[in-house]
Design a protein around this ligand. Structure first.
Ligand code: ADP
Length: 443
């Protein structure tokens, strides 16, 4: 609960941090944009003023003369270009007058700046006029191409001639505006991104660590509970049996005494096995699994093992199908440890399966490996659990729900033994569809 609150608080703090960084970066970007617009706005306005002084109006005058004739045509004759409205023609002619644009490029280059820009001429109003009459043929509510947002106003002009009156603006849009601004901000940007990445990585590592620790501590608590339970059961049986042995009437019945002492012996053996298992953990943890590899008659060994297992299970014995696809008679492995492996796999199939339990054991051989597959018709293991079942102390959800005895060590031992043989163990299973464990041991 405390952990969960901490996680939510940290996630919230992270979100706030991202928000603050975002606001900081966008504000810096806007400030830089304003600085850019003010610097380059002044530059292009000065450029256009310089152009007007330089041009002495010859170039522009001849264009305006041409437009005057065109206006006259629109007023009184049927001009050749009747297909386009007057404003379109005016725009085309004025826009094709390229001197101001060329002048500006040079002006900006001389100022030591990058002259990559697009030049826009935007008509605001156009009137065809004659003495005493005026006819508006365009206003900016009708749309000719207009300058994009962020373009800088270089100058506003009004020209009055005999047959027309026009007002237009010249805009300059720097193609690399955003790139130039971002270039100036690269240090701030990369620091902000790096800080965020760093904080995110630390957050996720801490979170993962915390979850692993929580899971480990839960597993350890479960283990201690299970162990206590497992140790207590034989102890109480021994206690009851030994008190019974002290009873005079029972001492006189030889059969009863034998039965009770047998019971005590068995429980004692079970206890010492349990204690051995628990003590083993330390040895196994230090990677001290010592195996003694010998030649074994595999088929014979497996048949004996399965028969022994069935006998031990008594009336709970499952049906076990054996299949041998072996080329050689003998294989090299540690017989004692491999018997533990097989017993663990078989007893898990019985423990977790629902009767009638059916088990298939198949032995195959490849050029390099002895392959043993143990499959069952049990409840199967979900994908999520498959990631953990070979871990020490791990117990599946089903085993806890159905209160199935165990310490979560069986498959951990199995993996240790197989790895000590330089082999591998894998599992194919899905929830509700049985499990198949495949062991591969190098020959
Ligand atoms: P334990 O049996 O003591 O819980 P194991 O290491 O042998 O420990 O198994 C770990 C978990 O894997 C079990 O708790 C169980 O959830 C799951 N498991 C193992 N074998 C099977 C099987 N054949 N079918 C279904 N679940 C299994």
């Amino acid at each position: 609960m405390k952990n969960r609150i901490l996680i939510w608080l940290s996630a919230f703090a992270l979100l706030v941090l991202v928000g603050v960084q975002y606001i900081f970066i966008t504000q810096t970007y806007h400030t830089k944009q304003e600085q850019f617009d003010s610097k380059f706005g002044t530059l292009v306005r000065q450029g256009m003023i310089a152009f007007n002084e330089y041009d002495v109006h010859f170039g522009l005058d001849s264009v305006l003369f041409l437009l005057d004739n065109l206006a006259l045509d629109y007023l009184y004759a049927a001009p050749d270009t009747t297909s386009s409205p007057p404003a379109v023609e005016f725009h085309k002619i004025l826009r094709n007058f390229r001197e101001p644009e060329i002048f500006l490029r040079e002006y900006i280059r001389r100022a030591g700046e990058e002259p990559a820009f697009t030049y826009y001429l935007q008509i605001n109003e156009l009137y065809l006029t004659d003495i005493g009459s005026e006819q508006q043929v365009y206003s900016d509510s009708l749309l000719l191409p207009i300058a994009p947002e962020g373009a800088l106003l270089a100058g506003s002009y009004e020209q009055v001639r005999n047959f027309f009156r026009i007002s237009y603006d010249i805009y300059i849009s720097f193609n690399n505006r955003s790139k130039m601004i971002l270039n100036e901000m690269w240090l701030i940007l990369s620091l902000a991104i790096l800080t965020l990445l760093f904080v995110f990585v630390i957050f996720f590592l801490t979170l993962r660590n915390m979850l692993v620790q929580t899971r480990l501590s839960e597993m350890k608590t479960d283990f201690i509970n299970n162990m206590t339970h497992e140790l207590k059961t034989p102890l109480s049986t021994i206690s009851v049996a030994s008190s019974a042995l002290g009873d005079r009437t029972i001492i006189q019945q030889e059969e009863k005494v034998e039965e009770l002492s047998g019971l005590i012996k068995r429980q004692n053996k079970h206890l010492s096995e349990l204690i051995d298992r628990i003590l083993d953990i330390h040895i196994w943890e230090r990677d001290e699994v010592r195996i003694k590899i010998t030649d074994n008659q595999t088929e014979k060994w497996m048949r004996q093992l399965v028969n022994g297992f069935k006998l031990e299970q008594g009336n709970k014995a499952p049906s076990i199908d054996l299949e041998f696809n072996l080329e050689s008679k003998t294989h090299r492995f540690d017989e004692v440890h491999m018997s533990t492996v097989m017993n663990n796999l078989l007893s898990n199939a019985v423990k977790y399966g629902h009767p009638p339990v059916r088990i298939n054991v198949v032995l195959d051989e490849t050029a390099e490996h002895l392959v043993v597959t143990v499959s069952d018709n049990g409840p199967g293991i979900s994908r999520e659990e498959q990631k953990h079942i070979f871990e020490k102390f791990y117990r599946g959800r089903e085993s806890k729900k159905r209160v199935i005895k165990g310490l979560g060590l069986g498959l951990y031992y199995v993996r240790q033994i197989i790895e000590a043989h330089q082999g591998t163990i894998s599992l194919h299973s899905s929830h509700g569809k049985g499990s198949a464990f495949t062991i591969k041991i190098p020959k």
